[in-house]
Design a protein. Structure first.
Length: 298
């Protein structure tokens, strides 16, 4: 059976001359519960955007899907097993980045400098609320476009797509973990800058500041992705519920840490993936020894 989600649309205003249909006591209780849910999930600073939910749909008419007990239990078990991996990976990334910054002067490198400039500019603009609706529309567009890209990657079909500042969805005949959660992991707006840089560097001789502009664009787009992802996740996203919210959050966190690791390894002249894996293995052994010693005390 194909699965899917309710479309997000603004409720139409009723005119005073049209009589409203009578509702039962159960319907009134459901409406009250829905209003309470909307109030609980509304942003504190942007109340007009409380209905924004960039969703993944599978049919043009459909209902919310609930995971069974077995599927939910399996995802909880996998998420609990991934928590130590998240802890070890984060500790390794922070320690290696600190070593690079202090001993290898990575913070003074051209890559880090212009990346930090781009990220700082984007965060400052978002904090000031400049062109907030435009940025929100771009985020929803990128969110749904990432869904669509992964649908095509898995040889699915996109039946419909909607993007607006009031929400968005795609209608597709295929769904899995990566299709559902990819927009929270992939900074999709990095791709146009990297593609343009690659095409121009292949066709013409780029000026000396082209690399700096590329690093600045990556900082801009990555901070844009991170800001709106963190802003969007607490707002009752169906994408997260499809694979259990707890599992989805753990998966998103670990994936974003790995994306940050890839960016750091590509930007650093001394840090490689082999170096990171060796350091990760050492920290994993230390973590296991610590857990065994803690268990032995009991």
């Amino acid at each position: 059976m194909p699965r899917g989600r309710n479309k997000l649309e603004l409720a139409r205003k009723r005119t005073r001359n049209v009589s409203r249909p009578s509702s039962s006591f159960v319907d009134q209780l459901r409406a009250a519960g829905l209003r309470a849910r909307l109030v609980a999930n509304q942003p504190t600073s942007i109340r007009s955007y409380r209905h924004i939910r960039a969703t993944l749909a599978e049919e043009q008419e459909f209902a919310d899907m609930e995971l069974g007990f077995g599927s939910r239990f399996l995802r909880w078990l996998i998420a609990l097993l991934l928590l130590p991996v998240c802890l070890i990976t984060t500790h390794t990334l922070v320690s290696l980045f600190s070593h690079e910054a202090l001993h290898q002067s990575f913070w003074r490198s051209e890559e880090f400098l212009f990346f930090a400039i781009g990220a700082t500019l984007m965060i400052a603009v978002l904090c000031l609320g400049v062109m907030r609706r435009v940025f929100l529309y771009l985020y929803v567009l990128g969110h749904e476009f990432t869904h669509a890209c992964f649908v095509f990657l898995y040889k699915g079909s996109v039946l419909d797509m909607k993007v607006s500042t009031q929400g968005g969805y795609i209608a597709t005949n295929k769904s899995n973990i990566l299709i559902s959660l990819s927009p929270y992991i992939i900074p999709i707006w990095c791709a146009p800058g990297i593609a343009c840089f690659g095409f121009l560097s292949w066709t013409i001789t780029l000026p000396w500041y082209a690399d700096a502009l590329l690093y600045c664009w990556i900082g801009l787009s990555w901070s844009f992705h991170l800001w709106w992802t963190v802003w969007m996740i607490p707002r009752d996203q169906p994408d997260l519920k499809e694979n259990d919210t707890f599992f989805s959050l753990v998966f998103i966190y670990l994936s974003n840490i790995l994306v940050l690791l890839v960016m750091l390894c590509l930007a650093s002249r001394s840090l490689t993936f082999g170096t990171f894996f060796a350091a990760w293995w050492v920290h994993a052994e230390q973590f296991i020894r610590y857990c065994m010693s803690w268990i032995s005390r009991w």
